[in-house]
Ligand binder design. Structure first.
Ligand code: SF4
Ligand code: SF4
Length: 354
């Protein structure tokens, strides 16, 4: 059962999120860009970056707490390659923030599990894409089963296993979902996309994908986190678009390994403001700003964090709230943003999707 830690902080955070529409609901913080794997669909990693220093991460957490952050998701690259991951988690929890993390599972061992237990992690997401490694992904049941058994037997935190439809055949996916269910974990499924955001069916046929997505979604056991904003995949599969109001830059932040804020992982460098200079004015500005790339956007975590405000209007830029020292041109869209570049909508599969 998913019990956020600290429970008092989670309740206070939820109330804050309801009463303050600018409070960040989820921040994804990259604690190292380095990854031990090299998935065929990923543009989120390298094989050389050092871990972000702990003192920097503490400062980021302090600032995120001041901004009213509810959930902090530690990610990478592979976050378990940062040897202070549990310290960052524990520090954020001490500030009343609910902490989750995303891993490819390979570095998981009993010591790490115990350290994350002590740090009061709430949820760990592990990606398992297929039964056996292929060109797309090495995040395979055969490689990760023993790691998942360790987690089942020793973790005090909840586990969510995310699978990407199309990374293996229909029958293999069914087997995978069944195995995960038997372990008692939460499970979510993602859709695979090309570099322009178009959903691709991978090893599932185009015709079969909508019904197969529905079947697997109904088999999944979701945590409370994953009920928010659901249903867009069905609309996207049926109609090719699923419009929404993206509140990235406010309800959701992506903070890279150098502490730079982007609206999401696929719009890196926009707005490109250092987190320690990111203030409430920036949250207000981005909350009101229509992003223009929402119609075919596939970034489920931002959709989830934005869903709480879907009923509220987003009718243009609040010129009165342009952040001091904000975007280089004073907060106004740059020329190349006036007509949104839908090519920026990119792959959002894998464990970076939470
Ligand atoms: S998808 Fe995850 S595991 Fe794969 S290369 Fe990217 S960061 Fe690493
Ligand atoms: S790509 Fe998606 S999540 Fe990112 S800013 Fe555009 S609409 Fe928002």
């Amino acid at each position: 059962m998913l019990i956020p830690k600290p429970i008092g902080g989670a309740i206070r955070g939820s109330l804050r999120a309801i009463t303050d529409r600018y409070a960040p609901l989820q921040v994804q913080l990259v604690v190292t860009r380095r990854c031990n794997l090299s998935c065929g669909y990923c543009n989120e990693y390298d094989d050389f970056s050092p871990p972000t220093p702990y003192e920097d991460l503490r400062q980021y957490v302090d600032h995120l707490a001041e901004l009213g952050t509810v959930v902090l998701t530690l990610t990478g690259g592979e976050p378990l390659l940062n040897p202070r991951l549990d310290d960052v988690c524990g520090y954020a929890v001490s500030k009343g923030i609910v902490v989750t993390a995303i891993t490819n599972g390979y570095p998981v061992n009993k010591t790490w599990i115990e350290r994350l237990n002590d740090a009061k992690l709430t949820l760990l997401q592990v990606s398992v894409d297929n039964l056996e490694p292929n060109d797309l992904s090495q995040k395979s049941w055969s490689r990760l089963k023993k790691k998942l058994e360790l987690l089942r037997d020793h973790a005090n935190f909840s586990i969510n296993v995310n699978a990407v439809l199309g990374s293996c055949t229909v029958d293999e996916t069914r087997t995978l979902v069944k195995e995960v269910r038997e372990m008692g974990f939460y499970q979510t499924v993602g859709l695979m996309h090309d570099g322009k955001g178009k959903i691709v069916s991978g090893l599932v046929s185009d015709d079969a994908l909508p019904a197969f997505h529905k079947e697997i979604t109904m088999m999944s056991r979701k945590s409370v986190f994953h009920y928010f904003g659901e249903g867009w995949e069905t609309r996207m599969l049926a109609q090719g678009t699923a419009p929404w109001k993206c509140r990235a830059g406010a309800r959701y932040l992506y903070v890279d390994e150098d502490g730079i804020v982007s609206t999401c992982s696929q719009r890196r460098g926009k707005p490109g403001i250092p987190l320690l200079e990111y203030e409430r004015e920036h949250l207000v500005y981005e909350w009101h700003l229509p992003k223009g790339c929402d119609q075919r956007c596939t970034i489920g975590c931002v959709r989830r964090a934005s869903s709480i405000d879907e009923w509220r209007s987003q009718d243009g830029e609040p010129w009165d709230n342009i952040p001091p020292g904000g975007r280089p041109n004073g907060g106004r869209p740059q020329d190349n943003e006036a007509e949104p570049d839908r090519r920026l909508i990119s792959i959002s599969v894998g464990e970076d999707e939470f």
